[in-house]
Design a protein around this ligand. Structure first.
Ligand code: 13P
Ligand code: SF4
Length: 320
């Protein structure tokens, strides 16, 4: 990860009304707050825009704000910086990484790619700037199938880093992909056994799942999609009850948008808290306030990597 951290006072007294204080700082900085659905409810409620990775990238690409406060994980804020080299991009907690991005170290991926010189590289946006810089096209969970379908059938493809999304894209497109064997610790925590048990208690509920889940879970899903797609599906489906197999932060918006419907979070196999993303949940409203007050921590990238990572992201935005 590339970034600088300026020291922040440990004992900063927080204003009584953090919402008003953040709103005031937003005005003073001409800032926009972009938040992912896996953030805590109070962060979602103060954000200017909440979305999935594709929606957040689009917002970052078109914002007129001087400062982007990214309430999400590092690769998301990094993508905003790649698209906006002249803007200040803040991430409330620099340790908000991503287990999936971490499964793809640049040196090993460079060797994997070098062994397949005739392959194009499609990388899921959940990866570092260095991996993006080695990629031909970036995709997200909402456009991966669409992007792969647009590439001529005879072109061999590497898909990295998520093996579960890659396998799902293979099934949907009928294409053979060479998969990097990465995965997300949160989505791999959902188990077929627990989903089936829940279904017996809620036979009327539809199962909705993120494509980062394993095949054994996806096989029980009535609908599979990105976080935004899952939210839209719940609003349009006639069903009144849903078992949600993704990070349960999204349920805050589901309940806000469809208060009369029932949303049941799919539990982790051991009934632990592991269905919550430990990286996303590092951000808090307090840290968001401090980041805006001190204009730190800031995302900083070497220009050569930023420029190389920009091209495949722009290709994605053009293709989707
Ligand atoms: P979405 O693009 O569907 O929001 O997914 C982001 C993510 O990190 C899923 O784990
Ligand atoms: Fe990464 Fe998984 Fe967290 Fe998404 S849920 S940010 S893929 S660790």
């Amino acid at each position: 990860m590339f970034a600088t951290v300026l020291p922040q006072p440990v004992t900063t007294p927080f204003p009584d009304d953090l919402f008003s204080a953040v709103t005031k700082l937003k005005r003073e900085l001409n800032a926009v707050i972009l938040a992912h659905y896996y953030q805590d409810p109070d962060i979602q409620d103060i954000a200017d825009y909440i979305g999935d990775s594709l929606g957040l990238s689009r917002q970052a690409a078109q914002t007129n704000a001087d400062v982007i406060v990214f309430a999400g994980v590092h690769f998301m804020a990094e993508t905003a910086k790649i698209l906006n080299p002249d803007k200040l991009v803040l991430l409330p907690d620099l340790n908000a990484g991503c287990s999936l991005a971490d499964t793809c170290p640049p040196a090993e991926f460079a060797a994997f790619k070098a062994a397949r010189p005739d392959h194009l590289v499609i990388s899921y946006i959940n990866c570092s700037a260095q991996i993006k810089a080695m990629s031909d096209i970036i995709c997200t969970s909402s456009n991966a199938v669409k992007i792969v379908s647009q590439i001529p059938a005879e072109q061999p493809l590497i898909f990295a880093p998520d093996r579960n999304l890659g396998r799902y894209v293979m099934q949907q497109t009928g294409r053979e992909l060479v998969l990097w064997q990465g995965s997300c610790i949160v989505h791999e925590t959902f188990s077929e056994k627990k989903i089936v048990q829940l279904q017996t208690h809620h036979p009327e509920a539809e199962v909705i799942a993120h494509p980062e889940c394993e095949e054994s879970v996806l096989r029980h899903a009535n609908f599979i999609g990105s976080t935004t797609a899952l939210l839209k599906y719940c609003l349009t489906s006639d069903s009144q009850s849903f078992i949600v197999a993704t990070e349960p932060g999204i349920i805050h918006q589901m309940r806000k948008d469809a208060p009369h419907k029932q949303f049941i979070p799919a539990p982790a196999l051991n009934n632990c808290n592991c269905n919550k993303c430990p990286y996303m949940r590092l951000n808090t409203l307090e840290k968001l306030y401090l980041a805006m007050k001190h204009k730190s921590p800031e995302i900083i990238l070497p220009e050569a990597i930023r420029a190389a990572a920009f091209r495949p992201i722009q290709r994605m935005l053009d293709l989707s």
